[in-house]
Write a protein that binds this ligand. Structure first.
Ligand code: ADP
Ligand code: MG
Length: 322
């Protein structure tokens, strides 16, 4: 597009301190990177498209944060330490006000993780951002979806459901009147990162996933890859006070927690004997974790509320979803 190189040099090149493992970043046909020895490189790509993942008029700073947060969340879920990111961005026009806000949100989060933008592509078209992040994991210590064992406990970080409430506020202006509407909208875009927790779980968690589609959906990925079942105690789901006040109904808030996507919290499994030591480490890292269920040998997902099996189980949940 017109001014492509001006935009790149003004907004995307040389915006950050250089990492010592980046021999060459923007300006040539490829970046040149130095990988540490005995380390696997974790690589993940995610797109954020206007109209699908955010509304065109959304706060650009939040869009910059969210685009990167969703990618960093995948690194966290593997226990990886963020290192490099490349960006393919499509812009309808050279809207510099939008770009300034976007870069503010993007680089603030990148710098917080010593994550360097090492290259990309800038084109004209419908607004969309595709990022590829790369991070380091000592060989053999990646947190996979496939290691959950019968009897392991299921835990989640943070509180669940806020992102879904925020989405409702974004899509239904009448909900702006409700308690904590703007804070929940902010949380929808600005999830906090779980990198420290993921790294702390290396060698401990038997499986891990980040909650991007919703707990009920994501736990089933662990079940499939590990060939196990699971039960979740809905009364144990961690809910924020803001969500309960927003919904004014604890049961409804639990439903939000089960289905809320784009939470970017971690869901992981732990053998019982590691529960206490991981709880203590999480406390030292100031990360909230909550035990919400167990891995079973049934190959199905069962939901309980105060010890009572929920009649419709996941089918009931799906009905709620539609
Ligand atoms: P090429 O012709 O090889 O596709 P470009 O002209 O697209 O190169 O880009 C020039 C340089 O700017 C490259 O080094 C590329 O990595 C970098 N770059 C382009 N867009 C971005 C972006 N959005 N973020 C970071 N780097 C970018
Ligand atoms: Mg190019």
């Amino acid at each position: 597009m017109a001014g492509e190189f001006d935009l790149i040099s003004k907004y995307f090149a040389n915006q950050q301190l250089k990492r010592s493992d980046v021999a060459l970043s923007q300006g040539d046909d490829c970046a040149l990177l130095q990988a540490p020895e005995n380390t696997h490189i974790a690589v993940s790509t995610d797109s954020l498209i206007a109209g699908t993942h955010f509304l065109e008029h959304a706060n650009p700073q939040w869009v910059g944060h969210k685009a990167l947060a969703s990618n960093i969340s995948d690194l966290a879920a593997m226990g990886a330490e963020p290192a490099w990111v490349s960006m393919a961005i499509t812009l309808p026009s050279a809207d510099e006000t939008w770009l300034e806000g976007f870069c503010e949100g993007f680089f603030e989060l990148a710098n917080a993780h010593d994550l360097q933008l090492i290259g990309g592509d800038t084109t004209r078209g419908p607004l969309g951002i595709t990022l590829t992040v790369q991070g380091f994991i000592p060989q053999g210590l990646a947190l996979l979806r496939s290691g959950a064992k019968v009897g392991d406990k299921i835990l989640v970080s943070g509180c669940l459901g806020d992102s879904h409430a925020g989405l409702e506020v974004i899509l239904d202006p009448s909900k702006r009147e409700r308690a904590h509407a703007s804070e929940l909208e902010r949380r929808h875009y600005c999830a906090s990162s779980k990198v420290a927790l993921g790294m702390m779980l290396r060698g401990k968690a038997s499986s891990c996933i980040d909650i991007s589609d919703g707990l009920v959906s994501d736990i089933q990925h662990i079940m499939q890859r590990s060939n196990v079942g699971a039960q979740i105690h809905c009364d144990k789901l961690p809910l924020s006070a803001e969500l309960i006040e927003f919904t004014q109904d604890k049961h409804l808030a639990q439903q939000y927690a089960l289905k809320s996507g784009e939470e970017y919290e971690l869901c992981f499994t732990l053998p019982q004997h590691l529960l206490e030591s991981v709880r203590q480490s999480a406390q030292q890292h100031n990360v909230m974790i909550t035990e919400i269920g167990e891995i079973t040998d049934s190959n199905t997902l069962h939901l309980f509320d105060n010890g009572q099996a929920l009649e419709d189980d996941v089918a009931g949940f799906d009905h709620f979803r539609s």
